[in-house]
Design a protein around this ligand. Structure first.
Ligand code: DX5
Ligand code: ZN
Length: 229
């Protein structure tokens, strides 16, 4: 994946906004998807009440979402037994499937399996999980997600303690030259997106900042412009 650089002077690697439907109205998801047509993709949080203390949606709803929008589906699997379930989400037509490193028994095999099923392979790290043990497997990935809140719930405050890890991941990615998107998820607002972008993130998940706004599409545009100011 390559990211276009803005024309003016800028230290970021591009700005891609993925609204999370976790903060949308679950009783009218198709309509909620139509309110974010300026998004780069829709972020779908799958939780199983085991990996995280919350339960959201699973394969049947992801398949319904696939039929309800043209937007790329960016799946974030907060589930145990990722090795067993993640490939089925790739088969459901998701553009990217992100599993948690903490939940995968064989992350390299799983990433290869996801790619072989036509999805981009993503791997997520909780805030306190170090990135260094995973740097050698970056070529196996299309996306690295560094959580900026403890996964499980929307509306939590951004954890600045993750910023040095974002910087180190960006340095490793630039040093190796492998084209891996660096995604952050949790507490992204017009204020915090600047810090995450400066640290090197280029894909930004935002739930409450988008769906908490009167006009979600305008909120997406404001997020996209915020780091450039
Ligand atoms: C949290 C989820 C996030 C959540 C973000 O575990 O992975 O995607 O929707 O919500 P905000 O943007 O409100 O922090
Ligand atoms: Zn998420």
């Amino acid at each position: 994946m390559t990211h276009a650089m803005p024309h003016h002077t800028d230290h970021t690697h591009g700005i891609h906004i993925h609204p999370s439907i976790l903060s949308a109205d679950f009783s009218r998801l198709a309509e909620e998807l139509r309110r974010i047509d300026s998004a780069d993709a829709v972020h779908v949080d799958v939780m199983d009440n085991h990996f995280v203390p919350n339960l959201t949606l699973g394969l049947p709803v992801v398949k319904a979402l696939r039929n309800a929008t043209e937007l790329p589906l960016d799946l974030h699997l907060m589930i145990d037994d990722a090795d067993r379930w993640a490939p089925e989400y790739a088969d459901a037509g998701a553009e990217s499937v992100t599993f948690h490193a903490e939940a995968a028994k064989a992350p390299i095999r799983l990433a290869r399996e996801l790619r072989s099923r036509g999805a981009q392979a993503g791997m997520a790290l909780k805030p306190a999980t170090a990135v260094e043990p995973y740097l050698d497997m970056l070529p196996e990935l299309d996306l690295l997600l560094l959580m900026t809140v403890e996964p499980g719930f929307g509306g939590q405050p951004f954890l600045d303690v993750v910023l040095p890890k974002i910087r180190r991941a960006r340095e490793a990615l630039d040093g190796s030259g492998v084209p891996v998107a660096l995604q952050v998820d949790g507490g992204i607002t017009r204020e915090t997106i600047m810090r995450a972008a400066e640290a090197g993130a280029d894909v930004f998940v935002a739930g409450s900042a988008v769906y908490g706004a009167d006009d979600p599409s305008a909120a997406i545009d404001e997020l996209r412009r915020a780091p450039l100011h």
